[in-house]
Design a protein around this ligand. Structure first.
Ligand code: ADP
Length: 618
């Protein structure tokens, strides 16, 4: 994707650039064309005005020589050169010249010699000069109007010459009113009247024009221009015949006429393009050379403008695109954000719902647990009660058995003492009384145990020395132990003290010991080992026997209430259940295991009491 997208974009850019260039070029070309046309049109108009000016100047004086050719003094002077007539004519011509504003007016006789002239009194007077060689003379000689532009041979001033033939009537009859401007059989050609018009003012009026303006003759020689470097130069190289003719007529005072093309390139370029217009009756050509720079500059501006407009358009389009893209991005980002927020909300709601449900389940479980706990507690209490009753029964039997013996002994000793008193055997009486006393002491010990057992068990927590509790329990079971000929091995650390209910601890010990005695019933050498050890935090009290151990199927149900393997009447199956709950109530543990050497071992673990001395101050 990336790999194809990149060249594609580059291609687009290239295309756009090419388009830009093409349009710029087109704008240039169109503007150039348009500007050139406008310039040409302007030039045309300008030329038209100039031509009109020239026409009107020439036209203005066109009829002057014609009219003068009829003047009697003109005819007379041309034909006879009579001095008073000539001087009169000179004055008249001068007056007319001054009035009309022409350059010179002069009369040439049929031989070509000037006989009268408006500048008769001028040092450069034409009088006496011969103009036979001038084309206008030849034209007039042939009865035509002579028109000629040239440089004056005498004055060196350029001018336009209009010449008209002067005729004299061959007979005495008055000439016809309309005389054909050609040879008439009845007329004699006597001379030529010439009017020279200066075009200097006319030429000067072009000086304001920026573009070169030129007026060329029929041969293509420029004779009027606002640029000196092309004046008296030809548009194209002149053929030698034409050169000879010019030399003959002294039209341009014998100047060597060079073509414009001979100019240095730097000057020549201004004359490469021309707008032309034919003018006058002599095959003249009026030319204007528009500057090639102007259309170029205009076109350049147009191209620049087009480029700037397009570039700014493109830039604006690009900016718009960019803006739209940004807006789109922002919108999509906002959408994504909104979607994410919505999803989050949903998930939170879902989680909350789940949590609520979990909480509800927990609450239900908690309630059930509470109920179970209450039930268990009730059951435990009931069990305790039942076990107490059972224990009471057993104890009653034990106590009866224990007390019966000393009682019978006391009775026997007392009876004997009476008989010994009768025989005055006081020594024997004394001995018997001592026996009675010891039997009483024994009974007292048993009773004191019972008293302790009978004490109301409750939450009376007190420091209990475990070794004492063991001794008390053993004392209570002395009868059974001796009946079973059980050897009791003790390893009791007297420092072991816990905080608890002494009566209950003794009750647990009695249960464990009784079970142990039962277990070793059939052992070859019945043996019970009681170990009391102190750990860092705990106190461990172990009751081990060398009986058959706990069968596998019993182990899992050991602490179950009413689970017993003993025949009815002997066991209720409550001992371990109650013991376990008592120990748990004291934050302890009761555990059972089989010893590797055989036999079972019950271990009570209780938190050791912190001695006031060792207690950390707080
Ligand atoms: P009871 O002694 O009334 O049967 P207990 O809860 O004290 O009730 O004991 C449950 C059972 O655990 C006994 O029936 C016996 O099978 C087993 N048991 C208890 N102590 C021992 C022991 N030291 N060795 C072997 N089995 C024992």
């Amino acid at each position: 994707m990336e790999q194809t997208a990149l060249p594609k974009r580059a291609a687009w850019k290239l295309l756009l650039l090419a388009l830009l260039a093409a349009i710029t070029w087109l704008a240039y070309a169109a503007a150039h064309h348009h500007a050139s046309r406008i310039l040409r049109d302007q030039a045309d108009r300008q030329l038209e005005i100039i031509a009109h000016d020239l026409d009107s100047i020439i036209d203005k004086f066109e009829t002057l020589p014609f009219a003068l050719s009829f003047h009697p003094d003109v005819i007379e002077a041309a034909s006879s050169a009579d001095a008073p007539v000539v001087s009169r004519l000179n004055a008249a011509l001068q007056a007319i010249q001054r009035q009309s504003g022409v350059s010179v007016i002069y009369l040439i006789d049929r031989a070509g010699n000037t006989v009268a002239s408006s500048n008769w009194d001028d040092p450069q007077s034409f009088i006496g000069l011969n103009f036979r060689f001038r084309p206008y003379f030849i034209e007039a000689e042939h009865g035509r109007t002579g028109r000629f532009y040239g440089i004056g041979t005498r004055t060196g001033e350029a001018g336009y010459f209009i010449a008209q033939p002067v005729y004299r009537q061959a007979s005495a009859i008055a000439p016809a009113v309309v005389r054909p401007n050609g040879a008439d059989e009845k007329m004699d050609f006597v001379g030529v009247l010439v009017v020279k018009i200066s075009l200097t003012d006319f030429e000067r009026s072009w000086g304001t024009s920026e573009e070169p303006i030129a007026l060329s003759d029929a041969l293509g020689v420029v004779f009027l221009s606002n640029r000196d470097n092309i004046k008296y130069r030809s548009l194209a190289p002149l053929p030698s015949a034409a050169e000879q003719r010019l030399a003959g007529t002294l039209q341009y005072a014998g100047r060597q006429i060079e073509p414009i093309a001979a100019l240095p390139l730097r000057e020549r370029v201004h004359y490469s393009q021309a707008v032309e217009r034919a003018i006058g009756p002599s095959g003249w050509k009026l030319m204007l050379f528009p500057s090639p720079d102007r259309p170029r500059v205009t076109a350049g501006y147009a191209a620049l403008m087009a480029f700037v407009i397009m570039a700014s358009g493109l830039l604006a389009a690009w900016a718009r695109l960019q803006r739209r893209r940004r807006i789109e991005e922002r919108l999509s980002a906002r959408e994504a954000l909104a979607k994410a927020a919505e999803e989050l909300d949903q998930r939170i709601a879902q989680r909350t719902e789940e949590l609520l449900q979990a909480n509800q389940r927990l609450e239900t479980k908690y309630t059930t647990l509470k109920q179970t706990e209450t039930l268990l507690r009730a059951t435990q209490d009931e069990l305790l009660q039942a076990s107490k009753l059972a224990l009471l029964g057993q104890m009653a039997a034990g106590v009866t058995h224990e007390i019966n013996q000393p009682l019978a002994a006391i009775r026997a000793f007392a009876d004997n003492s009476l008989r010994f008193l009768d025989r005055d055997n006081t020594a024997q009486v004394r001995a018997n009384l001592a026996h009675i006393s010891s039997a009483c002491a024994r009974m007292g010990a048993i009773i004191s145990q019972l008293k302790g057992f009978a004490r109301k068990s409750g939450e009376q927590l007190e420091p209990v020395r475990l070794a004492d509790a063991v001794e008390s329990a053993l004392l209570l079971l002395e009868g059974d132990i001796s009946a079973g000929r059980v050897a009791v091995l003790k390893s009791l650390d007297p420092r072991c003290r816990v905080v608890g209910d002494r009566l209950r601890i003794e009750q647990v010990l009695i249960n464990l010991l009784r079970n142990a005695i039962d277990a070793v019933e059939h052992a070859a050498a019945p043996e019970i080992t009681i170990t009391l050890a102190v750990g860092t935090e705990d106190v461990l009290l172990a009751v081990a026997d060398n009986g058959p151990g706990i069968p596998e199927n019993v182990a899992s149900r050991l602490f179950e209430p009413f689970y017993t393997t003993k025949p009815s009447g002997k066991g209720l199956g409550l001992g371990l259940a109650i013991s376990s709950s008592i120990i748990h109530a004291m934050n302890g543990e009761l555990a059972a295991e089989n010893l590797p050497a055989g036999g079972a071992c019950f271990t009570i673990r209780l938190k050791t009491m912190i001695e006031p001395g060792t207690e950390e101050s707080h």
